[in-house]
Design a protein around this ligand. Structure first.
Ligand code: MG
Length: 165
């Protein structure tokens, strides 16, 4: 049985006048993440972890932020496209662990919704998705609410070839 592990991280600025998308869920907040796409840091970190596990480059390679095609794109579409690349290599996802680092708002009450969204796209159980959250103890750019960060780790498993035990 062949396994591959991948890690991803993403950072975006938080600014007024933008929606805050996290884990595919629109979170009510006074600020949102700035970016070419919908700037969903969690989904971007998961995409990078999936790509990293298979040495397929990074999210910027596949979905360049200077391509008009991806302007304001829903990151759920990017995650679905990334998952197609994983499936093309005949891998499935064992589990995902992730962390969101932001000062506010508290995202715990949204993590169930985020898991539902991600599980549906990646064809896994919500039990195989972990979304943790932490503040930065008011330090640095996260503490000043100028930005937020997400980290993700994924484990992939190769499908058995026919005839393989
Ligand atoms: Mg990003």
């Amino acid at each position: 049985m062949s396994y591959r592990i991948g890690s991803g991280m993403d950072v975006h600025q938080l600014v007024e006048g933008r929606p805050l998308w996290l884990g595919g869920v629109l979170i009510p907040h006074s600020k949102g993440a700035l970016g070419h796409s919908d700037a969903d840091v969690l989904l971007h970190a998961i995409c990078d972890a999936l790509l990293g596990a298979l040495s397929l480059g990074d999210i910027g390679t596949h979905f360049p932020d200077n391509d008009e095609k991806y302007k304001d794109i829903d990151s759920k579409v990017l995650l679905a496209k990334t998952y197609e690349l994983v499936r093309a290599k005949k891998y499935s996802i064992v589990n995902i662990d992730s962390s969101l680092c932001l000062e506010s708002p508290k995202i715990k009450k949204y993590s169930g919704q985020m898991k539902d969204v991600i599980a549906k796209i990646l064809n896994i159980s919500t039990d195989d998705i972990s979304i943790k959250a932490t503040t930065n103890e008011k330090m640095g750019f996260i503490g000043r609410e100028e930005g937020l960060v997400a980290y993700a780790t994924v484990l992939l498993q190769k499908e058995k070839e026919s005839g393989e035990r």
